[in-house]
Design a protein around this ligand. Structure first.
Ligand code: ZN
Length: 84
């Protein structure tokens, strides 16, 4: 059994193994093609330690970039606020 979140209906669905249409092995992850009981479409779910690590690294990098641009905006705002 698998617990998936349908990207169409946004509901969590418990899926039987027989609904797994194919499993593809990639260097960084496994791709499971699952027939969705909620909407009937086939969704792809990727899983694997290296896939999760890569995604976490990307999220951390995105967060750091967002924080530094927020810091830059705050610094610009502070400069504007200081009377010359
Ligand atoms: Zn679905």
């Amino acid at each position: 059994m698998l617990l998936i979140t349908c990207p169409v209906t946004r509901t969590d669905e418990l899926v039987a193994d027989r609904r797994i249409r194919s499993v593809t092995n990639h260097p960084t992850h496994l791709a499971l093609h699952v027939e969705c009981p909620a909407c009937g479409a086939v969704h792809v779910y990727r899983t694997g330690r290296r896939w999760d690590t890569a995604r976490t690294r990307t999220r951390i990098a995105d967060r750091a970039a967002a924080q530094s641009s927020a810091d830059a905006a705050a610094a610009r705002a502070a400069r504007v606020a200081v009377p010359a």
